[in-house]
Design a binder for this molecule. Sequence first.
Ligand code: MSP
Length: 553
Amino acid sequence: MPKTFFITTAIDYTNSPPHVGHAYEKVLADVIARYHRLKGEKVFFLTGVDQHGQKVQQSAAKAGIPPAEFVKDITQKFVDLWKKLDVNYDEWAETTSERHKKVVQGILQRLFDEGQIYKDKQAGYYSVRQEQFITDKERGPDGKFGTEWGEVEFREEENYYFKLSQHKEWLLGYLNKRSDAVIPDFRQTELRNAVEKISGDLCISRPKSRLDWGIELPFGKDFVTYVWFDALTNYISFAGYDPALSTLNSVKERGSNGALRSQTSNFLEKWPALQIIGKDILVPAHGIYWLIMLHAIGFPDDQMPQLLVHGWWNLGGAKMSKSAGNIIDPFALADKYGPEALRYYLMSDIATGKDADFSEERLVERYNVDLANSLGNLLNRTLNMAAKYRNGKVKSERFTFAIGAFDSPENESDLAALVVNFPVDSKPFLPDYVGYFDHHRVSTVLEHAWEAVNACNTLVDCAAPWKLAQLPSQAERLDAVLYYITESLRIVAILISPLLPKAAHGIFDQLNWKMELSGKEGRFSLADTEWGKLPDGHVVGKPVPLFPRIETS
Ligand code: MSP
């Protein structure tokens, strides 16, 4: 049975409504998930919300409502946003769900029974932002704790600890063995350096007297789990993992196929996952805690997830944050410019792995240039010409350069060069598209697709169908030009469908193509990008503006 492509995102804190950074990550995952469906793969896309923890408890207290109620409201905002932005996930993770709690408790109990979790008293520095104790090792050269730790206070407390440091050598060995455990490369280097510095264990609990908005420890009724043990587990608890079936690290139980052998088929069918996270939660959360947690509960090395680390959208070079008051509201942008305008901007104006600066002016500019002008106008004028000169009927003529004299020899050679190298009809086009997508280079995928769009526009300009239409001797040539562009637009729609699903449907609808699947994702398939699938004599539909220009004063 072919393996399901499993993709996850970070689960967002429900202490405040979603901002454009959250939207970026989920759209990115959605685009990659759609690309895999386009290739015909079965996909399991998991996303959700992180509902427990101190920040949520504090925000709820501030709002004067119980955390459960507070979380429900904010969760709904995330759900609404994903609906608005066409983020089409298969499973929704909410960490307050019973199913999740059971898995978290099951894993904790097993680790406790194995002696991997112990109780201890600690006095030390505590980072309120990261919700963890920190040591002097975390101090910078100036002797101060870095800003990433936020407010740091002194605390003395009894808590439960997970024996993190005893897995340090394993993690180093694993990272040495697998060069693409983390992408991009420089993030793997960053992680490796951080692993070298691991010392001490991980505090995994909070006394209920201080925080009760969490999952109760099965072996310590006065404690709840520390945020990361709860949150990270979502990646397996919502994918069918059953802690009762999993074996721990005992060699006897692991067998040649590793510990996962005994998991549910539902889980085995999907795992391991490609996990998309932001750069702030690689070290230590995902790169250290999560990989070590999985190892500790018996996941073999070849069953470790791959971490795809994206950069951040900043504003004027500064981090977006609620406290700085520079949050960009994705609802407002989607309402003002349309969800696809936002998707397009978020996918085209940042290189995966790098940071970028968010700019509403850029969003409008890119929309007008790429979507309204290049793509929207091309579709519009092509369908208008098809209607005007051929009653909407396209004939699958190929170019033959011997057809008659063309009015300008200069144009003639331009046209020949263009058509010979025309991206969509030339063989390397598709492998490049697949290659960029397989390397998660989403902005490059878009640039590549726009090469085809731009080539079509140049073709229209050079061939000047309105002139050809006046010369009976040029009838075949006119048919060839119209077919070439219509067929290219059909292929372009397929290529952009993971990124701009609504626009892709719009193009297909206007081309009057695969109407029986209108609105359904299954309408698009990579196999259909083969040139010439639009049959001879096909009648295209009427033009409707796909991306009306945004007028700026
Ligand atoms: N709840 C934790 C993650 C737990 S995963 C088991 C958390 N939540 S968060 O709401 O703060 O962040 C969620 C994701 O959004 C993270 O991957 C984070 O990097 C990402 N982003 C938050 N702000 C961002 C930008 N300004 N730009 C891009 N992504 C950003 O961390």
